[in-house]
Ligand binder design. Structure first.
Ligand code: F6R
Length: 241
């Protein structure tokens, strides 16, 4: 696992360039995408590169990590809406090639098909991840088995609290999500994880220095051959203490 301690600006530029290079090398590549605050700067840089004519996404396929249960894609807090609004609407990707797990209808059955869909597409070439303050990746909360595939998960209290900043009140935050599992994520060929801010410092300390344990879901990444962790000084601040 590589660790890069950088300013937000530098990591956003570097990770965006990694995505752009991946697409340029293989215009039919499969990208694994995340929502939340962490990847926003990367997505902005990707949009700017597209607008500057540097890259085209017309043959790219994407798979997102997760979606809240109960929110339609038109709901402003749904992850489908987030992706359209923050990336897909601004680049030349074919929306039919963009996959976000379904949080409504027969979402349980669709969750069971999601891993097969990824495999049929050829598997994820490059996956971007954020990290929860409790060490979750996607919505795999502490205690999630390392061999989990895409499934319906209960959100931890701390995650509901963290994510309430995007809703009018904490009561509106969904309590369940459809999420790629830890085994699904580990199948990606290359993984980059972004962590910024003091509230990620405990999770990063555990990830870099702690045991590999299902109690810290992100620690599974230590078993992956190609992971780079991008941290700012705040997120790295408890390593070495
Ligand atoms: C989002 C996701 C989550 C977030 C994590 C960090 O698709 O899978 O695991 O990456 O909750 O969220 P932010 O980036 O908002 O701090």
């Amino acid at each position: 696992m590589k660790v890069k301690i950088q300013s937000k600006e530098k990591m956003n530029a570097e990770i965006a360039q990694l995505f752009i290079n991946t697409v340029k090398e293989n215009p039919n590549c499969i990208l694994g995408l995340a929502t939340g605050s962490s990847p926003l700067g990367v997505y902005n840089n990707i949009i700017n590169a597209y607008k500057a004519g540097e890259v085209s996404f017309k043959d790219v396929k994407t798979f997102n990590l997760d979606e809240y249960v109960g929110l339609e894609g038109t709901h402003e807090q749904s992850y489908r809406y987030f992706m359209n609004h923050n990336l897909f609407d601004h680049i030349d990707i074919n929306k039919e090639n963009t996959h976000v797990p379904s949080g409504t209808g027969d979402y349980e059955a669709k969750a069971q098909e999601y891993d097969a869909l990824i495999e049929q597409a050829g598997g994820i070439d490059l996956q971007i991840l954020g990290i929860g303050s409790d060490g979750h990746i996607a919505f795999n909360e502490p205690g999630t088995p390392f061999n989990s595939l895409t499934h319906v998960a209960e959100l931890a209290e701390s995650t509901i609290q963290d994510n309430s900043r995007f809703f009018n009140s904490i009561d509106e935050v969904p309590t369940k999500a459809v999420t790629m599992g830890l085994a699904s994520i580990m199948k990606a060929k290359k993984i980059v994880l972004i962590a910024t801010g003091l509230n990620k410092a405990d999770a990063i300390k555990g990830l870099l220095l702690g045991f590999i344990t299902e109690q810290l879901p992100c620690s599974v990444l230590r078993n992956h051959p190609d992971v780079t962790i991008y941290v700012d000084r705040d997120a790295y601040s408890k390593v070495g203490i």
